[in-house]
Write a protein that binds this ligand. Structure first.
Ligand code: TYD
Length: 144
């Protein structure tokens, strides 16, 4: 499993919604970094990379966007359009975020601090890294 979409636990009440994040509650890792993407220019795609070590949790807290996910074997497209819906991405997953609505705010949590060295920004490099992992027995070959 290289991604998972799930509903977040809302601890809100009749005053409105409230979604907390704590290790084991709504987020499956210890959060080391958070950022959000907003005011995205129409037609813009972001991401287009994989990360050696970072897992991510995506929550579109306002508006909507699409996320294309690729593990080198399978591609999936997920639409995020509810603030109580989360997309978890494992490390070494290629992703692209696009079709941001004008009011979209994409909150991203990660288990790793930002480190440009762990970003894989070339798709050919990504495929070579995955092949090397299969060859070294680090992961099962998802294509077989
Ligand atoms: P970039 O990786 O291009 O964003 P995206 O993957 O969404 O297209 O990052 C844009 C800039 O922001 C770049 O200068 C690095 C910086 N940045 C951080 O400092 N910390 C972070 O956690 C992220 C994601 C980016």
């Amino acid at each position: 499993m290289h991604f998972k979409v799930y509903d977040l636990v809302d601890t809100g009440d009749d005053r409105g919604g409230l979604i907390p994040f704590e290790m084991g509650m709504n987020v499956p890792f210890e959060v080391a970094r958070a950022f959000y993407i907003f005011n995205t220019r129409p037609g813009t795609a972001r991401g287009s990379h994989a990360n050696r070590n970072s897992e991510f949790l995506f929550v579109v807290i306002s508006g909507s966007c699409n996320v294309k996910i690729d593990n080198g074997v399978e591609q999936s497209v997920i639409t995020l359009n509810r603030p109580n819906q989360a997309l978890w991405l494992d490390k070494k997953v290629w992703k692209e975020m696009y079709d941001f609505s004008y009011n979209a705010i994409l909150l991203v949590l990660s288990n790793e601090k930002y480190d440009e060295k762990e970003y894989i920004r070339d798709y050919g490099d990504y495929q070579r890294i995955l092949s090397a992992d299969v060859f070294s027995g680090k992961v099962a070959d998802a294509s077989s």
